[in-house]
Design a protein around this ligand. Sequence first.
Ligand code: B1N
Length: 830
Amino acid sequence: PADAATAVKTHPLATAPVAGPPTSVDGFVKEFLRELNFGQGVTLAQSTVNDQYLALARTVRHYLMARWLETSRRQFEQQTKGVAYLSAEYLLGRQLGNALLATDLTEVVEDGLRSLGIDLATLRSQEVEPGLGNGGLGRLAACFIDSLATMGVPCIGYGIRYEYGIFRQTFVDDQQVEQPDGWLALGAPWEFPHPEQAQLIGFGGHTETYDDEGVTRTRWVPAWDVKALPYNYMVPGYLNGRVNTLRLWRAVATDAFDLKIFNAGDFEEAVRSQTFAENISKVLYPEDSTPQGKELRLQQQYFFVAASIKNFVYDVLPEGFDLHELPERIIFQLNDTHPVIGVPELMRVLVDEKKMDWDEAWAITKQCFAYTCHTLLPEALEVWSVDLLGRLLPRHLEIIYRINDEFLAEVREKFGDDELRIRRMSIIQEYPARAVRMAYLATVAGAKVNGVAELHSQLLREKVLPDFDEFYPGKFTNVTNGVTPRRFLRLANPALSELITETIGVGWITDLERLRELEPYAEDEEFRARFAAIKAHNKRRANAVLLERDGFTVPDDHMVDVMVKRLHEYKRQLLKVLHIVTLYDRIVSGEVAAADVTPRTFIFGAKAAAGYAMAKRIIHLINAVGSTVNADPRVEGRLKVLFPPNYNVTLAEKVIPAADLSEQISLAGKEASGTGNMKFALNGALTIGTDDGANVEIRELVGDENFFLFGMSEPEVQALQDAGYRPSAFYESDPTLRRAIDLIASGAFSGGDRSTFEPVVSNLLHQDRFMVLADFASYIAEQDRVDVAYGDQEQWTRSAILNVARTGFFSSDRSMVDYIDRIWHTPPVR
Ligand code: B1N
């Protein structure tokens, strides 16, 4: 067998992959039919749309395969430094369109399918998007791996293959009801399972010391373990022959685990234990920004991070690799604190398994991790109780304690016995319960710590981690988020893409700053007319999608005003509702003639975490206001509220290009960055927004005259907070606000029932943590300016064009360049 193995490796065809099918209509059709017949086991005549979709996906994979194998081979051969992106979420969106774009196969496939009587668009609609993320954080991970592949930077994305992604949202009686997202049910043609590369991941148990030839060492004896099976996904670069890898882990029971119980004759218990193990990758936690501290979530985190580190150290690195050189070979980028347990895990691998000296191991570990923080909300900063951590991962808790002891000793050395400071900076929080502050652990271990927009990074240094900023000069940096122009402009907005390409060439797709060349065309009347016609076309396209999906219509002549993002109080969907209620009230009270109101269709998209009661009430309110407004003949043709359920990446790709106005109205100092804001501006919507997150940078780039700014700045928010915020004072002094709130309280949107929205109203009046009432007047005034501006369509279109031309900065390719320059120092592979 050894000889046979050598023969396999030295065969002339051993390393060169078999070429993919020819890139011709004929070549494609043959391959597609082969897949249909041999892969799906059906003839063309018998095949269903799903058969055809699966066969097409596999056919497209064939075109990518040689590139994938070749990319891996070169990366292995060159052993240059790469990125391991550790993220609990990847919100990928549909794969087919992106794969066709990356291989330039769209036309060939369209023609080939047409010759068989099949419509490509129908097959594309058949794909169920992998919704393995909640919102911005997960979508950002997907944009980043797209950009790295396109730039030829070696990267493995590591994460979890949830069997159920973000829930499917439905509305029953205007209220959110969650349905499981069985995204795998119709087949998973994009994944490559590798059960033979499974890793064993331990949990629980105890630690013990032993004598290792005179050295006392520690080992962890887990009480139980699960198998982590890798599923690989292709991450194709755009037209560059590169294909990187996304490796998602699935949990299954170990044989040993249930065999023992089987042999004891307890079949039921054996099956139960299997279910227990497989629960780990069963479902994505639907909490965006407010972690719940559930044991299963910690299991998920450790599960995928431990599997990824094992995979990298034992399988990806060549045999005999000197682990002292690890920092020259890899950077583990921590996407928020969710993967931070990887820090003590790498220490455990180096010290306990590789028998490295602690100090040496720590010096290496500190260079191998970098941490991205995505929040400013105190309740979003993850902590794990020492109790739970010690039970689930006893060795890791010991390691964290030692890291903390040594860190606090350094703090003492620098600042003396400043006990208050020591307590503030300790990785272990003492009150209200002993717990590990994961953001602190990440900051101590990370070579760099970054925020996700200029303002966020500044506030992170000044308000969230000021002691650490002082202690570690140079550790903190900023990398402003970005979005991939391939998916969010080229794929989502083909009409605008074509106009741009016709005007300035195709270079913008991989060099988005080139959109600047469009600036002079804002003054070109013919260009403006074409640009406006494309917006109208995109509205009709969104109308068609919403009609088919939800039975909604988007009137041709309306301003399309869109607020799509997770439902969270800090994002202030309530402020948007108060605006709609105000417009409605103006008309029905006779204050303003309906004919004098700019016709608007408001589109909402938002999921609420299943356990977030206030967010769910706000969803109910939006739907209730929508039902009332849409049914009232007095505002017909003027105001319309659409709230399609289950907003996801697929719907975003249709709605964003249709928008005239982008709502980015979070309380200043709360939204870390936002990325939807970037997608809208790039697609020629104007923004109404606060000075928050990346809005600040968008406004700086597009210019004040092309952006609708309102509301308090972050320092003003702070000042109001410090002075003592009383929302009722705003209610009492502003009659417009009072009327809007009273209308909701009166039961006007709840069939006369005053109790339905009482919790929302009383929260606004007596608490209003996110200062909706304080920004109301400013918001309404700015919205009135929006109406006036929209009245001058030529000027509006000028502004929209300038938004496109000036937001090339927000390409995730640029974000990657910044990460490479400031944090990773990874060159592209030739
Ligand atoms: O990350 C995005 C930012 O653009 C958004 O401003 C920010 O809110 C978002 C726990 C989160 N921060 N924190 C999360 C997600 C899931 C979870 O379980 C927290 N998401 C963000 C990209 O930087």
